[in-house]
Design a protein around this ligand. Structure first.
Ligand code: NAG
Ligand code: NAG
Ligand code: NAG
Length: 400
C-alpha cells in the first residue's frame, strides 16, 4: 500500500488537495447526492425498508456468463440436460427466483456477461438483466473479469449498466480519481414515516475488483486498489458520522454490506469446519493482498461482503467480525458441476421494532440460497449478524 495512492493521471500531485476532494465527494455521497441516483433520472427508486415486515431483501446473482441467448449452450450440465439448454435457462431461473423471493433489490456481482462468446456486449447485457427490468425490480451491478471481453471495454460495459432501466448502478464517485469502473454506494432508508424514514439505516458498497494484474511482475487476477479503498473509507466514515451525529442520533453505525466480484485472499482462511455452504475449488484471489479486508475491518460498519468468481464455492465464513460470502454460480453458460444446481444468494435484513411498534434500525441480517432445482430449494439459512451480539463500535476516523 505504500508510495502513492495508485490514482490515475494525477500521479504525485498535491496529496492534501486530493484528500479534500475525496472527503467532499464522500460527504456528497452521504448526503444522497452524486452517483447511484440522478444519472438515470428516476427519483421513485429510493431504496427503503418495507413497512409491513420491516425487511429489505437482496437477491445476489453471481456469474450469469450470459452471451447470445438461445444460441449459447449450457456448460457442465448432465448429458440428459444438454439438449435444449441455453442462456434462456439462466433467464428462466432469474424469473423463478424473483417471483418467489420478491426482492427489494437485485445485485449482479460480475461476469454478468461472458464477453468472449457475446456477439454484441450491450445486447447481451440487455438480455441478461431483462427479467429484473421486466419485473420492475431496482437493481445494481458490478463487473467481473469476463464482462469486457466482447465488444465493449470495462468502462463501456459499466456505462451501459448505469444507463439501463431501473439501474441503481453508478460509474464512479464524482470528483474523485479512482481505479476501475463501478465504485459507488447506495443507501437504504428506514420505514417511511418513522423517525429513521429519512436516514440510511443500511449502507451498500459496490467496488470494481478488476480483472487481471497489469503489473508485469505480478501474475493473476486484479485487486481493489488503494484509491478505491480511500474512497470506501471516506464514504463509510462520512455515513457513520451522519448516522450517529444527526437527529435522531444513533449509538452505533448503520450496518454495511459490500459487493464485488473477485475473492480477497482472506477467503482462504476457512476449512469445511468453519463455513456454511461448500468449498469445492480453490480461492481464485489476486496473488497479492491489497489490504481491502483490513480496510473493511477498520471501517467498523461492514458486516458482510458478497462476491462471485469461483462458481463452485457457495459458502459464508466469518473472519474478524465480517462474514465473507460467495453466492455460487448462477448462469448456465458458466462453468459449474453437472448435477450441482445453479444457485442464487438471498440476503434479508430485518429492522428492530420498539415496544410501541415503531420500526427502528437494523436488528439482524440473514441469508440463504435458492437452487434451480424443481423445488427451487432453500438451503443453508443462517444469521450473518445480530445487533448487540457481535456488532462492532466505530473507530473514530474523523479527520477534522
Ligand atoms: C432448460 O430449459 C428447458 C426449456 O424450458 C428445459 O426443458 C430444461 O429442463 C432446462 N434445463 C435445465 C438444465 O434446467
Ligand atoms: C410516506 O409517508 C407519508 C406520510 O407519512 C405519505 O404521505 C407518503 O405517501 C409515503 N410515501 C410512500 C412512498 O409510501
Ligand atoms: C477454521 O478452522 C481451521 C481448522 O479446521 C483453522 O485452522 C482456521 O484458523 C479456522 N479459520 C477461521 C477463520 O476461524
Amino acid at each position: 500500500m505504500g508510495g502513492g495512492l495508485g490514482l490515475r493521471r494525477r500521479g504525485a500531485q498535491l496529496p492534501l488537495a486530493l484528500l479534500l476532494v475525496l472527503v467532499a465527494a464522500a460527504a456528497g455521497a452521504a448526503a444522497g447526492k452524486g452517483k447511484g441516483k440522478g444519472a438515470h433520472g428516476s427519483t421513485s427508486t429510493r431504496l427503503r425498508f418495507r413497512r409491513d415486515s420491516g425487511t429489505f431483501k437482496v437477491v445476489q446473482v453471481a456469474d450469469m456468463h450470459y452471451a447470445d441467448g438461445r444460441a449459447t449452450a449450457c456448460e457442465d450440465v448432465l448429458p440428459s440436460q444438454v439438449a435444449g439448454c441455453s442462456d434462456l435457462n439462466t433467464t428462466a431461473f432469474l424469473y423463478r427466483v424473483f417471483r418467489d423471493e420478491d426482492p427489494d433489490l437485485v445485485v449482479f456481482t460480475g461476469d454478468n456477461i461472458y464477453g468472449a462468446d457475446s456477439t454484441d456486449a450491450a445486447k447481451s447485457m440487455d438480455a441478461a438483466i431483462a427479467p429484473a427490468i421486466d419485473m420492475k425490480l431496482p437493481w445494481a451491478a458490478v463487473i467481473g473479469n469476463h464482462d469486457q471481453e466482447g465488444t465493449l471495454s470495462r468502462e463501456g460495459v459499466m456505462r451501459h449498466l448505469v444507463s439501463m432501466k431501473n439501474s441503481l448502478s453508478g460509474l464512479n464517485p464524482e470528483g474523485v480519481e479512482i481505479d476501475g469502473y463501478g465504485n459507488y454506494n447506495l443507501e437504504v432508508s428506514g420505514v417511511n414515516g418513522t423517525s429513521l424514514g429519512e436516514k440510511s439505516v443500511l449502507n451498500l458498497y459496490f467496488l470494481d475488483s478488476g480483472d487481471y494484474s497489469t503489473v508485469p511482475s505480478i501474475k493473476g487476477y486484479g485487486w481493489i486498489k488503494a484509491s478505491q479503498q480511500v474512497w470506501f473509507q471516506q464514504t463509510s466514515s462520512s455515513l457513520q458520522r451522519k448516522y450517529m451525529n444527526e437527529t435522531p442520533k444513533q449509538k452505533e453505525p448503520a450496518p454495511g454490506l459490500v459487493f464485488f466480484h473477485i475473492p480477497l485472499p482472506e477467503f482462504s482462511s476457512f476449512t469445511a469446519a468453519n463455513i456454511t455452504g461448500v468449498k469445492q475449488e480453490g480461492i481464485s484471489s489476486a496473488s497479492i493482498n491489497s489490504g481491502f479486508f483490513a480496510s473493511m475491518v477498520e471501517a467498523g460498519d461492514v458486516k458482510a461482503a458478497f462476491i462471485g468468481h469461483d462458481h463452485l464455492n457457495d459458502f459464508c465464513g466469518k473472519l474478524g467480525g465480517i462474514q465473507l460470502c460467495y453466492a455460487g454460480g448462477f448462469g448456465y453458460h458458466a462453468y459449474g458441476k453437472a448435477g450441482w444446481s445453479r444457485r442464487a444468494r438471498v440476503v434479508s435484513v430485518q429492522l428492530e421494532k420498539t415496544d410501541n411498534g415503531e420500526w427502528q434500525g437494523v436488528k439482524s441480517i440473514k441469508t440463504w440460497k435458492r437452487l434451480d432445482d424443481p423445488q427451487l430449494s432453500t438451503i443453508d439459512s443462517e444469521v450473518l449478524w445480530n445487533r448487540g451480539f457481535n456488532g462492532r463500535r466505530k473507530k473514530n476516523t474523523d479527520g477534522s
